[in-house]
Design a protein around this ligand. Structure first.
Ligand code: F6P
Ligand code: MN
Length: 339
């Protein structure tokens, strides 16, 4: 039998190389992963345990919550608040940062998460996931909202767990991207996808075409050229995929490349995009860039954005280097023509 590397072994071996590693981070990650195994179990049991359907409440984003949005949020909080490694948390589902209960010590890490990404797909049994982002905080200090508002390139770790045909964890600590598959028989994540790299070119795009009439000219131009295929300026045919679960679209692009666009659109000036900077764009951008891809709003690198608000939305365009750079160049040409 070939030797299998568990997630814990992998992390401990990576941390060994770092001079100031105390093992705290490994313990934090273990707790996080335990939460994701619990979520995987609930998602997998679905209708058998009555967790599907709407909770008939709205979250801070004004979106109707699924029962599983609430359950998974609570699983994440309960797995992390007692540990002593976490100073505070922020969840896509809750207005304000979550403080650590008084009886527990406040640790040095801040954890931000989208507990169930793609939850609109849960009732039709499509892939959903959990996304998380870890920042360094101040040990022993209860964080203010301001403490979470840090640029994406300050993240120390980002990951997501995909609840699909297999449950998979994709992780970066700033030293490449690795994928782990949950072996349900032994309850361990096993390293299965080493050093994932996004191909620099690919002819697949992902966008919600129903928003076409609201896009800006550079995005219209890029998509029009893809759709024109061999007959257009690109001289080749493109394919389209849209799962409507960010986790699944990111995972596809990590494996075979392509470009994803949830661009700025002109529907509502107060909402510059749909996806959330702190819970979705930042962690995914850290992963994508570590795998050799590029992430942008069209005009600015995602990881350079100074957040103003913990629930801020941003335009999010990412994927294969050469395609994303083309989209950026269309924005640049458009803006420098004085439009
Ligand atoms: O969390 C938001 C989200 O569900 C993402 O997972 C996904 O990429 C996107 O929204 C889908 O958007 P739409 O509903 O416009 O297709
Ligand atoms: Mn989401």
């Amino acid at each position: 039998m070939s030797e299998q590397v568990t997630l814990t072994q992998f992390i401990i071996e990576q941390q060994r190389g770092l001079p100031d590693a105390s093992g705290t981070f490994t313990l934090l990650l273990n707790n996080l992963v335990t939460a994701c195994k619990q979520i995987s179990h609930r998602v997998n049991r679905g209708a058998l345990i009555g967790v599907l359907g709407s909770a008939e409440t709205e979250n801070v984003q004004g979106e109707v919550q699924k029962k599983l949005d609430i359950i998974t949020h609570e699983i994440m909080v309960k797995a992390l608040d007692w540990s002593g490694h976490v100073g505070g948390m922020a969840s896509e589902e809750i207005d304000d940062p979550i403080q650590i209960p008084k009886q527990y010590p406040k640790g040095k890490y801040l954890v931000l998460f989208d507990p169930l990404d793609g939850s609109s797909n849960i009732d039709i049994n499509l892939t959903v996931g959990t996304i998380f982002s870890i920042l360094r905080g101040r040990e022993g200090v209860a964080p203010e909202t301001e403490d979470f508002l840090r640029k994406g390139n300050e993240q120390v770790c980002a990951g997501f767990v995909l609840y699909g045909p297999s449950t998979m964890l994709v992780l970066t600590t700033g030293n490449g991207v690795n994928g782990f598959t949950l072996d349900q028989d032994i309850g361990e994540f096993i390293l299965t996808h080493c050093n994932m790299k996004i191909p620099e070119d690919n002819t697949e795009f992902a966008i919600n075409m129903s928003n076409q009439r609201f896009w800006e000219a550079p995005v219209k131009q890029y998509i029009d050229e893809c759709v024109a295929g061999e007959d257009g300026p690109r001289g080749k045919n493109f394919n389209m995929r849209w799962v409507a679960s960010l986790v699944a679209d990111v995972y596809r692009i990590l494996n075979r490349g392509g470009v994803f666009l949830y661009p700025y659109d002109l529907r509502d000036p107060s909402r510059p995009g749909k996806l959330r900077l702190m819970y979705e764009a930042n962690p995914m951008a850290f992963i994508i860039e570590q795998a050799g891809g590029v992430c942008t709003t069209g005009r600015e690198s995602i990881l350079d954005i100074k957040p103003k608000n913990i629930h801020q939305r941003v335009p999010f365009i990412f994927g294969s280097k050469n395609e994303v750079e083309r989209v950026i160049s269309y924005h640049r040409q458009h803006d420098s023509a004085g439009n």
